[in-house]
Write a protein that binds this ligand. Structure first.
Ligand SMILES: [Zn+2]
Ligand SMILES: [Zn+2]
Length: 331
């Protein structure tokens, strides 16, 4: 099976005319999008793609104009050259893995994934058939990344908010507007006494889509600096320097990210609290998933340092490599 790395996370299976998370130059390609994060959607906003219903809605909210053919989880799409079945990936709302069966064997592409799944997602499920090639993300593929359970981190989020409000400070949680913000909102929705959350304008249409898909986001409103007292604010760290945010007196910052498990990232943002809540696999769940799937070959993607995870996989007898290191592979 030929697997071509098209750059920007895009993967091309030339024999099947399938592109995963990209656009590419194959005019016959069927393009499948794993989820709506900007590093996974085609730069060209007019191309026709396949995606889950929630990913379709989130992509449209973020400016995709081309037709999106919606697939249901577990449903198999029969193309002339392959059968494609979508499984929930547990990363953000709508996130999907694609299982592709061809005459040359089967391939599972995880996109970004999380197990145990994010509570703000459709869950996580694997195909019940054998996987010849596994393309799996290894964003946090180093043994220093080991996540605490969601409930532990969610309670850290509630404690940070409650203690800041008790001290009459403004709790600000730094988190991405798509995915992480909604996980934090779910955590805060269980606060006792209840809290009101203000969110960055970029997150407003996205949060409405989470609600349309049945996720309970608690009591929230768009950011309004005049009306912030006694409330909790969620913004992406890129908004920290906006004048409206800089002027907030007596603020307390929490950085909510897998990267918050490294002190240096938090201190660069001058965060008071670090909460390492990630929507990706940690190193240990990556290894467990590889053992459980037991594929013929493993390709790592999204890895800042693939050699470490490859070393551990090889030690366990897996045939494996990094897709990013090779422009073109045939196995
Ligand atoms: Zn993602
Ligand atoms: Zn990604």
């Amino acid at each position: 099976m030929q697997i071509r790395n098209t750059g920007h996370n895009g993967i091309h299976l030339p024999a099947s005319h399938i592109v995963l998370d990209g656009a590419g130059s194959d005019p016959q390609a069927h393009i499948f999008i794993s989820h709506a994060h900007s590093d996974h959607v085609p730069g060209k906003r007019s191309v026709p793609v396949y995606a889950s219903p929630a990913t379709a809605a989130l992509m449209r909210a973020r400016g995709h104009r081309g037709p999106v053919r919606e697939l249901a989880f577990g449903q198999t799409l029969a193309l002339p050259s392959a059968d494609v079945t979508m499984y929930p990936a547990g990363h953000i709302l709508g996130s999907a893995m694609f299982f592709i069966e061809t005459d040359e064997g089967s391939l599972l592409y995880t996109g970004d994934c999380r197990r145990p799944p994010s509570p703000a997602s459709e869950g996580f499920a694997l195909p019940d058939r054998s996987v010849d090639q596994l393309i799996i993300e290894a964003t946090f593929g180093l043994p220093l990344y080991k996540w605490e359970p969601h409930e532990v981190l969610f309670s850290q989020i509630r404690t940070f908010a409650a203690k800041s409000l008790d001290a009459e400070a403004v709790p600000i949680l730094l988190c991405y507007s798509l995915g992480k913000a909604q996980e934090v909102m779910m955590a805060l929705a269980a606060s006792d006494p209840p809290v009101t959350v203000q969110i960055h304008p970029a997150g407003v249409p996205l949060t409405r889509i989470y609600e349309e898909f049945g996720m309970s986001m608690g009591h929230w409103e768009p950011f309004d600096p005049e009306n912030l007292a006694g409330k909790v604010l969620l913004i992406p760290s890129s908004a920290l320097n906006n004048p409206d945010i800089r002027m907030i007196p007596n603020r307390r910052l929490a950085y909510v990210s897998g990267w918050a498990s490294i002190d240096a990232y938090g201190s660069r943002l001058m965060a008071d609290t670090l909460i390492p809540l990630s929507d990706h696999l940690d190193f240990f769940s990556l290894m467990d998933l590889c053992r459980e799937i037991a594929p013929g070959h493993i390709w790592l993607t999204h890895s800042p340092n693939p050699d470490v995870a490859l070393h551990y996989l090889q030690k366990e007898g897996f045939s494996c490599g990094s897709l990013e290191k090779e422009q073109y592979r045939e196995v």
